[in-house]
Write a protein of this length. Structure first.
Length: 186
């Protein structure tokens, strides 16, 4: 899928590593995909790595201090992304074992996008009472597969604020102000 869509939906997903404390197990077959991929990304930040990385954020900078606070709640962030030269280098069966773990009542699929072009995305939320306890994204295109897992309490309004910190790309939809939108129409 388009990386912007993936990270736009999951904004902060790439921050903490695949937190496996909530029993999500990454299938071994994903590791073999890296051998076939022209480019692969493997981000694994557990709670201790997040804590270490957050030490590089300044308490004096309000933006960094806020990100540090957000990160302190997370158990981990895990990202696997593979790009391939041609179609057919992976199949959805490669991620089916993950999908089977994302079942109710603990997990709820909140977004499901299917395209005739083969661009498919799924976003799952882990329920923790009335709060969100985790987030999981599967984004698949014919020549690209990305899986993102954020483990820990997440405030959806704060997800985009993690972009640009600790190696997390700035992500999100650009919002035009009414003033600049009006200039385009002149």
């Amino acid at each position: 899928m388009k990386k912007l869509l993936i990270f736009g939906l999951a904004a902060a997903f790439v921050l903490p590593a695949w937190a496996l404390d909530n029993n999500i197990k990454m299938p071994v077959n994903l590791d073999r995909l890296a051998a076939r991929a022209t480019e692969s990304v493997d981000v694994t930040l557990d709670a201790s790595m997040l804590e270490l990385a957050s030490k590089f954020l300044s308490q004096d900078d309000p933006d960094q201090a806020h990100v540090k606070k957000l990160v302190s709640k997370l158990k981990g962030v895990y990202v696997r992304s593979f790009e391939f030269d041609k179609e057919g280098q992976y199949s959805m069966s490669d991620v089916e074992s993950l999908r089977r773990q994302l079942k109710a009542p603990e997990w709820s699929r909140i977004v499901g996008v299917r395209s005739l072009k083969g661009e498919n995305s799924e976003v799952y939320l882990q329920k923790n009472g009335s709060k969100i306890g985790g987030l999981f994204v599967i984004a698949a295109e014919p020549k690209e597969l990305t899986i993102v897992h954020i483990d820990g309490p997440i405030d959806p309004e704060e997800l985009s604020q993690l972009g640009g910190h600790m190696g997390i790309p700035k992500i999100g939809v650009k919002h035009e102000s009414a003033k600049s939108a009006g200039k385009d129409q002149e």
